[in-house]
Design a protein around this ligand. Sequence first.
Ligand SMILES: [Zn+2]
Length: 62
Amino acid sequence: MKVISTVPHHSVVKQCVCRKCGSTLEYTPNDVTENPVTDYTGCTDIYKVINCGNCGTEITVS
Ligand SMILES: [Zn+2]
């Protein structure tokens, strides 16, 4: 296996806007943290979150 580029390919790079500071963020699946949250019925939802590189706010992504 040979790595020909470590720059994230555009097919995996996503963008979102921080709702707090308004920065446009570019992220790859590597930057996403999966946060399992169990609600009162016992169902577990996985929230995918990233942290804004500017203000540190946690942002839920899909
Ligand atoms: Zn921010």
